[in-house]
Write a protein that binds this ligand. Structure first.
Ligand code: A3P
Length: 899
């Protein structure tokens, strides 16, 4: 290798010498010469570079040929067995108790939670558990007077929960009597939690009850009372071995037959002999035999996993089934990234065999269970030779699994801005499926890293429908990854998006012993912890795992077999599985309110930003919304705002005329991209504030919530004139638009139509009169936006003194430069309104449809409307005073005219 030709020998002579045969003859002088040569030619930099190159090559070689196969061989010898310590598993599942009785019909499915303080830990735990189970609740701080408990002849709350049992026992007499009366009259039960006390009490009586408590205990080995009528979700018969969380448990002792234990435990340091050990009641039921009020009392909070089940059971029991959760739980396990994994992390033939064995075992506990395999075929046969056999084994047993398509190359769809490119990629995967007999009819797909599902990437939805007829997908990102209990589903362009749950396994969790935080962390999650609770709290669970979780020590098989067994052991839930399309249909039957999406701003969530196309923008979303209502001067205001150099209106919409009407109607379902296209980024002036005006936003049912979800920091501007004048102007407006009903009836007939009038007439009456109930709608806006974000304009003043109104508005918006609208607007005597000054003396006024000429309102209609709007106007005046805003002249006049 070191020999060189004669031509280049001259330049490299020493090298030739160093490695030539001369060395053997002359080695005594050659060695020092070589060293001398090296020292003079190989400088430090070259040396370091050489060493680095060598190291990189070694690492690559080592990791490729040695580490991974070796590691996996080592771990393959230590495949963990699923956790199965449960004597009940062999026994048949009994039908769970039904708590329903007619008493439930007199109470609402809502819980009143009385907490010690707004920030207390247990109060938060209770609220979170209720949210996770979609149970409606209201929180009140103890000590205040009780909220209203009834609506007509119905109880507003099915159960009253006291975060602190002692606060309940020591309630002031008046409130306690009121509460007891309510509980007795509506058969409403009470839940109370013993909270840690500073002093250790031994046999202390709970005030007002023949019940005695020991506090500050450490306990172990919990069991449930199989005879307790409260148990429904929870199944008795097993023991939760080991120390119970916390050092401050309370236990109950009673000498009245009204009390019956629901759960027991033993003292931690009990030095007595086994025979003398006394189970201590940690959760107790009061049948209400003494005072007619049923109660369930807990000796500790919700940190102990079993208490979460018992709490849900207590709500179900005490509300006579009004707060019972369904016992059905559906589980779908996706195995993503089939064929995608790195060498050394992929499946071998025996892993596929184990997958099938585990699937069969799971099917016995979860009817209909099948692993759902999502593949990216580009990486088929990209493993070691043994792993390639694993790929083949999967295909050989393809009919035993469900399959769904992933992206061909596992690329994130949001990186494609072009539908045809996405389609071409998807077609490659489909071609592979057809060639290898993989079923293509699941109508389900999952996108790598959730990309394109939410925030929505329209080309993905389009390509999915075209190539795969996708009708269902799932994501953890809607509305956000965290908190998990708030994840929801939605439907977009015919694709049902299911919320996906987290099972704790990620692409890189390959080995149980290397589970982040240690093996015990995963075991805790399975045995009553997060994973277990996820299944309890969600009727439909879609879990994502990856191919790599099923190789090595088959961590995922361990996880799912263990959790399913634990669920069967400790609960009466009925586990089942079904293909994704059937699950999605079930999900939206259960939660039809989730079908319509609620679009958030992708830039407000760093994870969403990462999976959103670079070609999209959100910096130009409106920071200002003019919400109307209609016929109050909203167009004039919009025009005046657009004259300000800092403010930029949306692009005109060819389909909806001047207004976008995004938040209030079906345009919303067209998606965020549709809306964003009206607010393109400016090439010249990025400091401009964009705004939009749609006058029907004011009274749109869904608008405040939708607007707040997307534009939480926006300023909201409402314009109000006399509601009677507004109603009359609206009538004239729709008449001139040829509305047949309005043209057939007089204004007076419409506004005075009663409930026996024809439906069309009633509908028109409502559309005419309702927006004028200003306080009602403003309250709804104020339930989403803070009062500092809302500005109310006096519409009559905008008409008579627009410059003054615009002056105040600029201050509210804190925009500069401050423009003197006296210079921009001029009264046009012909039109009878202020119009925009254009080129010296000329003016440009709003079109014919604004400032119409029509006969004055009949006096009898004016009188009717004055009376009709009086309560609403009074409420508006109170609202404005409450939020510190001036009461407009027209409102004062109308109120005094009536007064
Ligand atoms: P009329 O046409 O009944 O007079 P909107 O733009 O919200 O639909 O409101 C239309 C109303 O704005 C008109 O109702 C008119 O009274 C009022 N308005 C206020 N300032 C105006 C202006 N400068 N030019 C035209 N109309 C104005």
């Amino acid at each position: 290798m070191l020999r060189m030709t004669g031509e280049n020998r001259g330049a490299r002579a020493p090298l030739l010498e160093c490695g030539s045969g001369e060395y053997s003859h002359n080695h005594k002088t050659l060695a020092p010469r070589c060293c001398f040569w090296l020292a003079s030619h190989v400088n430090v930099r070259k040396c370091v570079a050489g060493v680095m190159l060598l190291s990189v090559l070694t690492i690559l070689f080592y990791s490729y040929y040695v580490t991974i196969p070796l590691t996996s061989l080592v771990w393959r010898d230590r495949i963990p067995r699923p956790l199965t310590q449960c004597s009940l598993l062999a026994s048949q599942q009994q039908a769970a108790r039904d708590h329903r009785s007619d008493a439930r019909l007199r109470i609402d499915a809502k819980v009143l939670v009385i907490v010690e303080s707004a920030y207390s830990r247990l109060g938060r735990d209770i609220a979170e558990l209720l949210v996770a189970n979609r149970i409606r609740y209201k929180v009140e701080v103890a000590g205040k007077s009780l909220p209203v408990l009834t609506t007509l002849d119905k109880g507003r709350y099915g159960v009253i929960v006291f975060e602190s049992l002692s606060k309940y026992a020591n309630m002031d007499k008046w409130n306690r009597e009121l509460l007891d009366k309510y509980c007795r009259e509506y058969s409403v039960g009470v839940v109370g939690f013993a909270t840690p006390s500073e002093e250790t009490l031994v046999g202390a009586q709970l005030k007002g009850f023949p019940l005695f408590m020991h506090t500050n205990l450490r306990l172990k080995d919990a069991t449930l009372n199989a005879a307790s009528p409260v148990l429904r979700l929870a199944r008795a018969g097993e023991t939760a071995w080991g120390a119970l969380p916390g050092d401050h448990w309370s236990v109950f002792r009673a000498n009245s037959s009204t009390y019956e234990p629901i759960a027991w435990a033993l003292r931690e340091h009990d030095y007595e002999t086994d025979g003398e050990r006394m189970p201590l009641a940690t959760v107790i039921q009061d049948h209400g035999r003494l005072d007619g009020v049923q109660r369930v009392l807990f000796g500790s909070g919700l940190q102990f996993w079993l208490h979460r089940l018992l709490f849900l059971d207590a709500l179900s029991y005490l509300s006579h089934g009004q707060l019972s959760l369904s016992l059905d739980r559906w589980i779908l396990v996706d195995i993503d990234d089939i064929f995608v994994g790195e060498k050394g992390t992929r499946l071998h033939e025996e892993d596929v065999a184990a997958l099938l064995t585990s699937q069969a075992a799971l099917q016995r506990l979860v009817p209909g269970f099948r692993f759902n395999l999502g593949y990216s075929a580009k990486y088929y046969h990209h493993g070691t030779p043994t792993e390639n056999l694993g790929d083949d084994a999967l295909l050989k047993h393809r009919e035993y699994f469900n399959w769904f398509c992933h992206m061909w190359n596992h690329q994130q769809p949001h990186l494609y801005n072009n539908v045809s490119q996405l389609e071409a990629e998807m077609m490659l995967n489909k071609q592979f499926a057809l060639e290898h007999g993989i079923p293509t009819n699941s109508c389900y797909s999952v996108s790598p890293h959730h990309s394109g599902v939410y925030p929505v990437h329209e080309p993905l939805y389009e390509a999915w429908r075209k190539v795969w007829d996708v009708k269902v997908t799932s994501t953890e990102e809607y509305p956000h990854l965290r908190p998990a209990r708030l994840r929801r589903g939605f439907r977009h362009r015919g694709v049902m998006v299911l919320p996906r749950q987290t099972c704790g396994l990620f692409t890189h969790t390959l080995l149980l012993e290397r589970y982040p935080g240690g093996r015990h962390r995963l075991d805790r999650s399975i045995q009553g912890g997060e994973l277990f609770q996820t299944v309890i709290n969600n009727p439909i669970n879609v879990f994502m795992t990856h191919m790599s979780n099923y190789g090595n020590d088959r961590l995922a098989l361990y996880t799912f077999e263990s959790v399913v067994k634990f669920l069967r052991c400790w609960t009466n839930v009925r586990l089942a599985s079904a293909p994704p399309l059937a699950l999605a249909e079930k999900y939206f039957q259960l939660r039809p309110d989730e079908l319509n999406p609620l679009w958030g701003n992708p830039c407000d969530d760093i994870r969403h930003r990462r999976i959103w196309s670079k070609s999209k923008w959100c910096g130009t979303l409106p920071r200002l919304l003019v919400i109307g209502p209609q016929k109050t001067g909203s167009t004039a205001l919009y025009t005046f705002l657009a004259m300000h150099p800092t403010l930029k209106p949306n692009l005109p919409s060819p389909s909806t005329y001047e207004e976008l009407q995004f938040f209030n109607n079906n345009n919303y379902l067209k998606g965020l991209d549709w809306y964003l296209n009206f607010f393109p980024p400016s090439l010249t002036n990025n400091s401009q504030i964009t705004f939009e005006k749609s006058a029907t936003y004011f009274d749109g049912d869904l608008v405040p919530r939708r607007a707040h979800a997307l534009l939480p920091n926006a300023k909201i501007i409402a314009i109000l004139i006399s509601p009677s004048k507004r109603a009359y102007s609206w009538y004239q407006h729709i008449r001139s638009h040829g509305d047949p009903i309005a043209n057939n009836y007089t204004f007076h007939t419409i506004i005075t139509a009663n409930d026996s009038a024809p439906k069309q007439l009633r509908d028109l009456r409502n559309r005419c009169l309702n927006p004028g109930k200003y306080s009602h709608y403003l309250e709804r806006w104020l339930s989403e936006y803070s009062v500092h974000q809302l500005h109310v304009i006096d519409g009559s003043m905008l008409r008579s003194e627009p410059a003054v109104v615009m002056n105040t508005l600029q201050k509210f918006l804190k925009i500069s430069p401050h423009i003197d609208y006296n210079k921009l607007l001029k009264y046009d005597p012909k039109k009878g309104f202020f119009c925009q000054v254009v080129g010296g003396e000329k003016t440009k006024c709003l079109g014919k449809s604004k400032g119409r000429v029509y006969p004055p309102m009949e006096e009898r209609s004016a009188k009717f409307l004055r009376r009709y709007y009086t309560p609403h106007n009074t409420a508006l005046s109170k609202l404005l005073v409450r939020v510190g805003r001036p009461v407009p002249h027209w409102l004062k006049d109308e109120l005094s005219a009536n007064g």
